[in-house]
Design a protein around this ligand. Sequence first.
Ligand SMILES: O=C(O)CCC(=O)C(=O)O
Length: 383
Amino acid sequence: MASPLSAKKHNEAMREYVGAGTDRAHSLGNRGPIRFDANGKLAQDILDAYWEHGFYVFEGLVAENEISLLRHDYDYILDRAPVDNSADIDLYGRPALGIDFARRPYSMIKPLSDPWGGTELLGGRHQTQMDQPTPATDAPKKVPFLIGSMCQLSDAALRLYGHADILTVAEGINGPDFVPFNDATFVKQAGLGGSVAWHQDGLTHWNSPQWDEGIHGFNFQVQLYECTPYNCLWVMPGTHKLGKIDIKQRVADNGGSERLPGAVPLLCNPGDVTIANRQVLHCSFANSSPNIRISVTFGFHRLTSVLGARGVLGQESEVVYDEERVDARSSVIQVAIDARANFYPDEKRYTYAPFAGRESEYRFCPEVVEHVLKDYTLNDLSI
Ligand SMILES: O=C(O)CCC(=O)C(=O)O
């Protein structure tokens, strides 16, 4: 039997892999500060680079003071995580956050493990399992991996959801009637964070006659800490154009190694924001490094990709997304815009076309918070 892989050995193996990827990351021409055209829309050359490679890195999009507020909220959210998925208490015996939510927000896993790879979970889209190094003997039994419900757990995260530049990017890619997908903050604690096996996100439209490069939407990741090649998301450029990929074959062709050639790390500083097409092949390795990553992740779709689609990825399969559900889930964006405008009154306010003329019904106030934000994840629009 092969000897267990130590975190140290895992980190050494990564060291050989990261050099070429890092060079590629800087050579593709798909990173830089956000820019707009004369009409305030996302610059066309940025959109072109996104569509060519399937991802883009917006440098310094979220201001330092906003990142501090987000870190503060996420410190608290991490502190109040349950000790395990079904537990009601945190490490200190206090009630964990979110135990009263219709969907519990935390997903807890064994340190350095791969909870999805090679399983049928999430539509079986993680076809192979990643290396699972042995954690240190004093590591906690379970660590946070994913945290949902950002708009219900944190006012700073709600305001982020209404960020005008971020929503302008969503409009540029999916049109002014864009709709939300879901949110899930990925947490990779230093020396503990689990892996996300190679996968493509979308499930619904692979065989659709209307299939194209953008039909499964895209995700933002707002980076609260530095993303290094050791803890970050890796993307295989251009693979969003290929249709469904035989990942098992790719790994087999690579001698069984998860370190697939040609991939690029999404290197970021705090405040950088990435976008990644949900069809692009991507993964993240176990975080055997000394640096934490927290990526606040949320996605957007074209309206036409979602209307009439059936629930997948945790949404009931008998549900068909209709206009009422789309409107209910989209209203979270409108409340987020208002929450942001209250807190940052000097900033430009994004006009979200589907709610134009209805803004006064979606003010950030206790009644609306109760009606729109409570358990909003029940209306996620996963495809
Ligand atoms: O950030 C990560 O580690 C994984 C993200 C991911 O797989 C996704 O957003 O689909």
